[in-house]
Design a protein around this ligand. Sequence first.
Ligand code: PBG
Ligand code: ZN
Length: 323
Amino acid sequence: MQFPITRMRRLRGNSNIRDIVREVKLNKEDLIYPIFFKEGLEGREEISTMPNEYRYSLDEGVKFAKELESKGLKSIIVFGVPDESKKDEIGSPAFDENGIVQKAIRKLKEETDLVVISDVCLCQYTSHGHCGIINDGTEVLNDISLEYLAKTALSHAEAGVDIVAPSDMMDGRVGVIREVLDDYDFQDVLIMSYSVKYASAFYAPFRDAACSSPSKGNRKSYQMDPGNYSEAIRECELDIMEGTDFLMVKPALTYLDIIKTIKNNFNLPLVGYNVSGEYSMMMSAIATGYLTEDAIFESLLSIKRAGADLIITNFAPLILNEL
Ligand code: PBG
Ligand code: ZN
């Protein structure tokens, strides 16, 4: 049927009609909030590259998490910022049972019902800022790194985490983490692999926030090349074979095609990571008046429409009340 019998505008006639025919909606439970806990801090401190975002002390961060929980947040992903003086070649503070993340996990599990997820990586904890162990130069050594990543994941499980989220992009990490978790009777701890993680310029504000920039070199030998597409499918296939429970695409907004492809190819819950650069870009456009806050909802909706079931986003505190 064509015009004039068919009139598309009938389905847009008023807001109730629009509400009942809308196919994709954002829900509170879709959001995962990334929070930074900083060792030795009192209160909170502003993150200069991310407007409205803070690094938190243990007490202050858990207080904020409770506030978000009371607004309907279901899950949180924890990042640690250790004392600069404790960083070393192998990232020891990452697997210290009294490390900042381990403490934050324990306190969040004691004081909230949130699903607690932990980022598993070494870059915030190594003196060189790479996500794995390096040789004399800047080459990141895959197989040795796996041992330290597995130790880190185990220490998070021992602290009571619900889900570990390895973000390092070493080959084989999901397998070694699943194995060590199972060996130590943590078969119910889930793995949310950063399966498809591109070497992206959109992580810059985060690296500033987490003090995790590589001091030499870059991450292109382990994170994916932005020109690649089929490789995303291979990464997911391997992570599934190794036992991941979730898949992830990161960044989200510049990789919506990849989100859609992964959704069409696999049946696991899929996470889109709305990264720090996407957040800060939008926030600065809103601050100047070039955009309104509606742009936030539209961009998050695009991530869901592309196929993500969950979205990790710094916007959670700003938008929870409006969902
Ligand atoms: C650590 C890690 C990064 C992000 C999450 N975990 C940075 C990186 O890989 O350099 C980025 C998050 C963001 O930009 O919001 N491996
Ligand atoms: Zn890292």
